[in-house]
Design a protein around this ligand. Sequence first.
Ligand SMILES: O=C(O)CCC(=O)C(=O)O
Ligand SMILES: [Fe+2]
Length: 555
Amino acid sequence: MDANSDTDVLLAMLSSLLCTPISDQSVLLNALVECNGDVEQAAQILNSGPSQSNRRSTSPPKQKRKHVMGLEGWVQRSPGKDGASYRSKSVKRARRESPTETVVEDTDDALSFHGSTSSKPRSSSSKPSSRVQLPVASGSSPSKAKPLSKQEFMSVLRPPNSTDGKAKASPPKHPPLTLSTPELVAKHTPCTIHSSILPTELACRLFYTMLDLSRDWDRNRWYLFDRLVESPHKTCFFVRQQTLDSPEWAGEMEEATRFWYNGAAEKSTPVFPPAMEEACKYVERIVNEEMHKRTRFPLEWGGEPPKSSDEDFAPTDGKKIIWRANVAASNCYEGAKETVGFHTDALTHLGPYPTIASLSLGTSRIFRLREVVPSDENETRSARTFNIPMPHNSLTIMHASCQETFKHSVPPQRTIDLFHPPFPPPLSLKNSGQSRDCNDEEGKQNQPGSNARINITFRFFRPDFRPSTTPQCKCGVACVLRPDMKNRYTYDGSSTSKGSSEPTGSGKPDSTRRNVVSKYWWTCHAGAQNEGKGCGMWKVMDAKAEGRGPFAGDV
Ligand SMILES: O=C(O)CCC(=O)C(=O)O
Ligand SMILES: [Fe+2]
């Protein structure tokens, strides 16, 4: 079963439990996501809610969440005929790892690796099966349900809007596409890719530095529903020294960086090591040049970037600096099986339409992107998976709208090429057992191959989204900000944006791409750290009422 139809099953189940049919799939999806995939709870909320439009913009009524068994729970406890049970992968992916997001996943490619090597549940998980048990009615015991095949099931349940009782055919699927040139990347995605961006020696020194530091990094842990899961790679967050001292952050940056990952407090956030600080300036120059070629979205940050004395690194096009990194997240993937699953980066402190610059060092890995198709296009087109190879010393920029419209991942690979650094490790590295002079010609030829990839994502945390401005939920925990990826419209930048009129980059992209989300939600984030239990609170972000800005355009 692919993930698309997996989601369809959940939607159909939910539809079947509604007193009054709801045709807007996004309302159903939102309810499912908010209820962690608990179809019955989502149905209760929708059945007790006021009007459909209100449901979209107000919090679901408070529920006592005793033990949320949910679809996930009851399908696991209700073995099908073959003894296996059906797991809801779509909603399982709703609480994704990393600084992630929560839109019901619709990727078939994601399935192939999520279950195996991505988030590793610490307790046993059951295998998917093609059989599913149908809850006869709301409140009925799953164990009394009659097992049906998925096909039978879909023919019994009428999807919203259907008139003939038959499920609508899914739109044709596209095979994954490898984007092997910068032009192809810019054409198909809201990203650009840039090769050999650092001087060779610096790229090598930074690789060694981060690899050395990564020995002390942790794997993140969080709750996926009620299971403790662990990220299949090591990670660490860094803050730029100049930001810690900056008055506009009023001492809050430390707090923002300590809680960056699913609300879990980190010990303390290290500052950029010298090689990373050096590299950041090259990254900033390219990012600024690229940003000047693109239309800015109204909700992008429009304030002054943090000051720096390095005017040498101003964009070569002579335009002013509009983006600087003040934090960075670094990941280390050792070997072909270490990954990060499909997700979008949390916008809690990045704000809407962030630009994120992702530097790759070491062995080459694939960066995978997949669009989240808006709800009203689900029946007419399916998303395509794009694979972008990321060699050593390359920069992938996730431009504004990437977090709003695409999910990204680093999938496992069958094989990887060993990376042979062109220089030996610097003598100063504490964990290096083979330190030699960087300029040693003999050493250059004999560097042992490494199977590790280091990634550094340089980011700008917005002062108007600093921790003291983040709403809290009933659990007393800071909320997470998520875009409503399923509801979008097209923005061509003509009326409100500042900058060029080219909508999405220099690579002749698809200018009809619907790239603007219609809203953002603040949602409870407590469940990720609190044994999967949160209060389910969510509210729509109101940029003006919350005093956000300045923005790049008129809001
Ligand atoms: O390793 C990569 O290229 C992606 C990392 C990433 O998505 C993240 O840190 O949020
Ligand atoms: Fe990410």
